[in-house]
Design a protein around this ligand. Sequence first.
Ligand code: ZN
Length: 313
Amino acid sequence: MASSIRDEFERFFHSNSMVATYKPMFLKALLDLGDFRDDEGSQWVKDDGDNLVVDLEFVAARFIYYSHPLYYKFKLKQQFGIMTVLSYKIFEEFDVFKPKNKVSKKEFCKEEYKDARIRLIKDGISKTVFPLLLKDCNIYKPIKKSKMFTFSKDNALYVKQHKNQLTKALNHELSLFLGKFNNSPNIPSKLEEKQKRPNLNKKDSIENIKIQNSKCFYCEKPGKEFAQDHFIPWNYVYLTEKHNMVPACVTCNSSKHDSLSSKNFLEKIIVRNKKLELSAGYSESSMRSEWENCRLGYHGENKKLWTPKNTTK
Ligand SMILES: [Zn+2]
């Protein structure tokens, strides 16, 4: 008797042998087969009675969608050293990825990404993960000599009903894997599809501004309204914590964007933080190592650190 999809997922989470992120990403893509939107790849899914007949482009579009923020936004490595995984390589190979901010599933299902999807299928997905994953999780059937597979409607119903738990479990596998190559904090949150960016609470913002004598933390321009800037960039820390928040004028805030500021500001924030009441998890050395990890793993070792354009000094 064929084992149930539940047993197959059970087997995957026990026997999982990951050498790249391909296996959990492939499964994450399959989870969409229960409830995808028409404009998110319905052209690649045909109803064949008891089964769905699916083109691998459905999967490839999702690989791109999941990998895109990991590469551009969070700058997470997927391997040691200078080797690059194929899903990252295609971001550099295809000009269509140049506008980096447009990230949606719908977008990556469009015709203009076809070449990138096909390259990913041809040189990555079909050769490795597509046949190999079946050893760990036998829930789809490749159709010989094509880039298609069948997925039963029963399985589609199962993944629809269990999508949240399965997504979380697969993200957990991905986090463990990415954690081997990255010092980046909060990797599990970075894999969540819906991402929230919380603000510092009012009381703490007011306190932070007061300590700075109502001047911008960076250029020291006095003012009334300040943005609360993540000193170590948001896309790296992915948390809003008092010790990492400083008031910044509009000019500094927009020019700094997601870069790391120069070391003199690290010294300045360490002195500032001595005046704040902070959670037990904070220490001067944790601040220093986070700054350094961010410099190496996110900002870029050889990239110039940010300094304000105008200072009143
Ligand atoms: Zn400023």
